[in-house]
Every structure is written in C-alpha cells, then in structure tokens.
Ligand binder design. Structure first.
Ligand code: GLN
Length: 312
C-alpha cells in the first residue's frame, strides 16, 4: 500500500502547496517546454517524488508538502531548466507499461517504439510460434524486455555496440527478471557471435536521425542523449539497415520478419536496398503521428525450381 507520509498539513510550510509547486514548474520552465509538456513533467515528478497521482492532485492541491521534499523538487526544477530530460533526472521511464531504468548512455525509449513492439507481439501471437528474436541496437533494452514480458516463450537475444548501454539493458533485465541473452556486437563488422544462429524476428531501431535535422531538435535531446544512438552516419545514413538486411539474408528464418523503425526521410533508400538484396515483401507502416515510421519485411520461401510447374 502506498503511504503518503510526506504530505502533512503543516502550517509553517503552508506556502508550499502542491498548487504552488505546479505554478513554479509552469513559471520556471515556460521558455523550455510548451505548457502541456510542463504539466505532464510536473505530474511525473509528483508521482515519483510524492507518490501522488493526477487525480489526487486535484483533491490535495491546496495542502502543503513535507518541507523535507522541497530541496529534491527544487533540484529537479533546476536540472530541468538546464534542458536535462526528466527521465534522466529521475533515472526512470515507462515503456509498454514497464518501468525502466535509464541514464545518459542509452536513448530514452520513444512512444513510436512502443508501436513497433505491439506489431511484433501481434505478429508472433497470430502465428502462435515459439520464436527466436534478435534486437539489434538494444540501448536500454526496452524492445527486448517488453517482447520477452509479453512473449515469455520466446528466446530473445539483444545486442549493442556500447558497453555502457548494455550495462543499462542488463540492469533492466535483472530488475524485471527478464531472461535475455545480451551480447556486445558491432553489426557493421563481419565476424561476430551472431553468425551461428537463425532468428524468426529481427528487430532494430538503429540510429537514423540525419545531421541536417539537428536544427529541428530540442536541446534536451541534443545535449543529453547519446549522439551515437541517434545520428546516422553522414556518409551512409542507411548503413545499419543495409548491414542488418545483409545479415538477415542468411540469419533470418524463412517466413521470418524484419521489423525496422525508420526515419521517413530514408524510407525509399531502405526499400531500394531491401529490394536489391532480394527482399520483395515489404510493408510501410505509419506511426500514431501519421509518419511513415516502420518497415516490415517478410522473408519469403526461396524461389524454388518448380519443375514443369508454372511459378508465379
Ligand atoms: N525517433 C528518435 C528521435 O526522434 C530517434 C530514434 C533513433 O535514432 N533510432 O529522437
């Protein structure tokens, strides 16, 4: 049961009502975030520091908070003012209903990526198979862990080039008691430990932001999230997709699928590359904002020689 021993009706601290703190968030952060976002950050802090829900706020907003909690809240506001993402400040985020630890070594999981996970779960459940899943560039481990939670019979391998990111992912898998095989792998290199296996699902949300898009990005992303996990190399922005497709030619089981999260600006290049490597069954899926955000690629049965029959 939740205990609310930090909220006390202490007249001395009367000036720090929940309502006043809410107001302070709006005042101090209005140059950084739009009002709607400040409100949702405020409610995240309220939940995390004071264990109060949005609804409880409405009923208790004129009550004062425990003065001992004030310094923590002030520190959070100051860090937010320096554009630090709330998820890094609290070292916690939510993904597919799971609470994950995060720090600056891994990207903060995005809502779009939840949609990617949901599509995979649906696909696997429809086929009712025990599947071997590979997540390339796992970061915080969000995709791999959410899949393992929802598809407990599956065997999940998750890889990343960054040792520090893997530490985050491993910590999350321990916290959530999720059995996942983690490996440090540079997918751009040829000989790595994955080359002995076959997978039914290969999923990846690789770095795909273009440097030309930097100007449209918020400081909280640019100054705090790992550049290596965000930006595609200028020289060859689809290199990760290319290498994963090449890897999949051998290591994706027949009738298995690749699930990519993509940058809509790279859609055509990725499709051309997949086609040229022999992948002909592709589907582009929009995210909740109407952006072409995912490509699902099915590996067909090979072109068998059909004797005298007529191939289609
Ligand atoms: N979609 C993320 C963003 O806009 C980037 C994720 C990625 O590069 N894979 O910040």
């Amino acid at each position: 049961m939740c205990q609310r021993n930090h909220i006390k009706l202490i007249s001395k601290t009367k000036k720090y009502t929940l309502h006043k703190i809410h107001h302070e968030f709006l005042e101090k952060l209005r140059d950084i975030y739009p009002e709607r976002e400040i409100k949702s950050i405020f409610f995240i802090v309220l939940k995390s520091v004071l264990n109060f829900s949005n609804i409880e706020y409405i009923f208790h907003k004129h009550e004062s908070i425990d003065a001992n909690k004030l310094p923590e809240i002030k520190t959070i506001i100051n860090r937010l003012k320096k554009n630090e993402p709330i998820q890094y400040i609290l070292r916690q985020t939510e993904f597919c209903g799971i609470s994950l630890f995060v720090n600056k070594h891994a990207l903060i999981p995005r809502q779009e990526t939840e949609e990617l996970v949901e599509m995979i779960i649906k696909d696997v459940q429809e086929k009712r198979n025990r599947v071997n899943i590979l997540d390339i560039g796992t970061g915080s481990g969000c995709i791999a862990i959410a899949l393992k939670k929802k598809l407990p019979k599956s065997h999940v391998t998750a890889v990343d080039i960054s040792r520090q990111a893997l530490k985050v992912a491993i910590k999350n898998s321990h916290l959530l008691k999720s059995r996942i095989l983690f490996k440090r792998v540079d997918i751009l290199k040829k000989n790595h430990p994955l080359y002995k296996q076959k997978f039914h699902i290969i999923v990846s949300n690789p770095p795909y932001v273009l440097s030309s898009q930097k100007k449209d990005m918020h400081k909280n992303v640019l100054e705090y999230e790992p550049e290596k996990a965000l930006f595609a190399p200028d020289k060859d922005p689809i290199i990760f997709y290319h290498k994963i497709l090449e890897f999949s030619k051998k290591h994706l089981a027949t009738e298995g699928s690749i699930f990519f999260e993509i940058n809509p600006m790279l859609k055509n290049e990725i499709i051309d590359k997949a086609n040229s490597l022999g992948f002909k069954q592709l589907r582009v899926v929009k995210d909740m904002n109407g952006k072409e955000r995912f490509i699902i690629i099915l590996k067909e049965k090979g072109n068998r020689v059909l004797g005298r029959g007529i191939g289609v």
